[in-house]
Design a protein around this ligand. Structure first.
Ligand SMILES: [Zn+2]
Ligand SMILES: [Zn+2]
Length: 621
């Protein structure tokens, strides 16, 4: 059953009506607009005589609780268009009448001719014997009585333009949430609290990963040393995976002539996501060429493919690029690095023969699986977007579509991945596979995607010479396992609450010498962890201990905290920076060739021989 058909959906919709009823009582003269259920709750938009303060939500919520308990029956009535109009304008009903009817009348006009027009009526007989009611133009459906609405909470106030149009009046939107059981409500509120703590924008700042600056521009992140280190680690990891699987790196520019995007069709289909164009003027002041900031990498890779005659023996060709693209997101939609205006895709395009499609698709999905496993994102599902059989918006031959869809489904089966098929979710140019990751808080994130494309090879007239010595058209696969580096780092930051796994942590090990006389020893261990040779000498040239023999197979990212702070303070600070391992060095350690090992989550692990420590660290990355 879909959410829209569920009891929960009706419950939330009814909670929205209850909210409107309470507001109408407490703020006479309010003009109600619309109040639908949404994912995780509901809202109601309204025009209030006075601006509403956050503190007033408690009062509204209290009134809602009282109204809910009165066991008001919620009844549907269908009326003619004329009667609907009369009802909305009927001043004898509380909350109705010309003065507050603006939005409801517009909503009534928007009901298509021939559709049923219905109202939902909440009625009760008061102690005074008088009938009270709240009536609202609404398609429904609702629960039977307000007493079913028990576990709800008002969350926040926001501004919202009527019909989502900035040219219209700004209304007050009150958000709330409702659940069937108190436990579910509680769980949701705890999750929100936790999500707030994990907000990647907050943690990104605290951990020194990235920043934004108003003079740089909205949605354009500046990556700080630790964030850039994190990015590089991810890039190196994926590059290695791709090299193993026959991908070749390419690098393409950030701008291109408009001609490229005219050919690709982006100019028509993607115009509203592109930054303003750059016009090159000649000496007469006429536009001689127009340049476009790159919104997608595909056409560049296609040009590279086209630069040579290709034979079936050359295929598949797999071009990979960490390609930075720019998309002109509305400023209201920009959200930290999750939805930025400039971001780097871990993009690749594969040019394959129809026969190769199946195997190549499997290869692509294997890369994605390897990536997600390494990142610890093992809770994900796969959605295969296929053609809507009833629609004619798709390009390409039916048998090609069948082939591509089979290739995707077979790949999922061969790799033992659970998947759901979503008819109508294909792109117009081919079927696709989306990865939807469930994070530690149970939230869904749509991340990597793989798309089969018949359109661009057609538009660019791509060819290869087949075994029959005749020209054939290759199929393209677009894929990005992370989606983008920015989005994936945003997700990982929230998933791990900033405590990245050892292999990914920007600083993996912090050396904490207790006193100045332990600094040199700490530096020697740091050097060994970084892969440099150890001498066992002080800067003055005296031998102070035997050289550190242990060798690490890896080159760890180590920070030596040589400040004069107390050990306690050093520990607290590195704990706050979420450094996985802290290694404490004191007199006994120098004597015994040990360090005091402290783990970010496990706490004090005691003294450990340096060779044992190195083996332990090597085994964990
Ligand atoms: Zn409604
Ligand atoms: Zn592409």
């Amino acid at each position: 059953m879909s959410y829209e058909e569920s009891y929960l959906y009706r419950l939330r919709h009814s909670a929205a009506h209850l909210l409107a009823q309470a507001v109408q009582e407490l703020y006479p003269g309010v003009k109600l607009a619309i109040g639908p259920p949404i994912e995780n709750g509901f809202y109601y938009d309204m025009e209030l005589p006075e601006p509403l303060r956050e503190e007033e939500l408690a009062k509204i919520e209290k009134r809602m609780k009282e109204l809910a308990k009165l066991d008001q029956r919620i009844e549907r009535t269908e009326v003619s268009r004329e009667n609907a109009r009369n009802l909305i304008l009927d001043q004898s009903i509380p909350g109705m009448g010309q003065a507050v009817a603006d939005y409801k009348l517009q909503l009534l006009d928007a009901v298509p001719e021939g559709d049923a027009i219905s109202f939902y009526d909440q009625k009760r007989t008061g102690y005074d014997g008088v009938e009270h009611r709240f009536i609202d133009l609404c398609r429904g459906p609702h629960v039977d009585s307000t007493k079913e609405i028990k576990n709800f909470k008002l969350m926040s106030i926001a501004g919202a333009y009527w019909r989502g149009d900035v040219k219209n009046k700004q209304l007050t939107r009150i958000y709330g949430t409702a659940f069937e059981t108190p436990e579910e409500l509680e769980q949701h509120l705890v999750m929100l609290e936790e999500a707030k703590k994990r907000d990647h924008r907050v943690l990104g700042k605290e951990l020194g990963l990235f920043m934004f600056s108003p003079v740089v521009g909205t949605g354009l992140a500046l990556w700080l040393p630790k964030g850039a280190t994190l990015r590089n680690t991810m890039v190196e990891f994926l590059q290695k995976e791709q090299l193993k699987r026959g991908y070749e790196p390419v690098v393409t520019p950030n701008i291109a002539s408009i001609k490229l995007y005219e050919k690709s069709g982006h100019i028509i289909n993607y115009r509203d996501k592109m930054f303003p164009f750059m016009e090159d003027l000649n000496s007469e002041g006429e536009v001689s060429d127009t340049f476009i900031l790159k919104p997608m990498n595909c056409p560049f890779h296609i040009e590279i493919y086209k630069s040579q005659m290709r034979s079936y023996r050359d295929l598949p060709v797999r071009y990979a690029e960490f390609g930075t693209v720019y998309r002109y997101e509305q400023s209201g939609e920009v959200a930290g690095i999750l939805r930025a205006r400039g971001f780097t895709q871990d993009d690749a395009h594969l040019f394959v023969t129809p026969d190769q499609l199946q195997d190549e698709f499997i290869g692509v999905v294997e890369v994605i699986q390897a990536v997600l496993e390494k990142l610890g994102l093992t809770n994900f599902r796969v959605r295969v977007g296929t053609k809507d059989p009833g629609s004619d918006k798709y390009i390409g031959h039916d048998d090609n579509w069948q082939l591509a869809t089979d290739a995707i489904l077979n790949a999922c089966k061969k790799l033992n991945m659970d998947y759901e098929v979503s008819p109508g979710d294909a792109a117009f140019y081919g079927p696709k596979l989306d990865i939807i990751i469930k994070d530690a808080l149970g939230r869904d994130w749509q991340m990597g995607t793989v798309q089969v494309d018949y359109n661009l090879p057609e538009r660019f007239e791509l060819e290869y010479i087949g075994e029959d010595s005749k020209p054939h058209r290759p199929v393209m696969i677009h894929r990005a396992p992370f989606g983008s580096l920015e989005r994936m780092i945003g997700l990982l930051t929230e998933q791990y609450a900033g405590a990245f796994p050892l292999w990914l942590a920007p600083t993996q090990v912090a050396m904490l010498p207790i006193a100045d006389r332990h600094v040199r020893y700490a530096q020697e261990i740091a050097a060994a962890l970084q892969g440099h040779p150890s001498h066992g000498y002080t800067p003055e040239g005296e031998v102070s201990w035997s050289p550190i023999q242990a060798k690490s197979e890896n080159r760890f990212r180590v920070f030596v905290d040589a400040s004069r702070e107390t050990l306690g303070k050093k520990i607290r600070e590195n704990q706050r920076s979420k450094v996985p391992y802290m290694l404490i060095c004191g007199d006994n350690d120098i004597e015994n060739g040990t360090v005091g090992v402290r783990h970010r989550e496990q706490g004090d692990l005691g003294a450990m021989k340096i060779e044992d420590l190195f083996a332990k660290l090597d085994s964990e990355v």
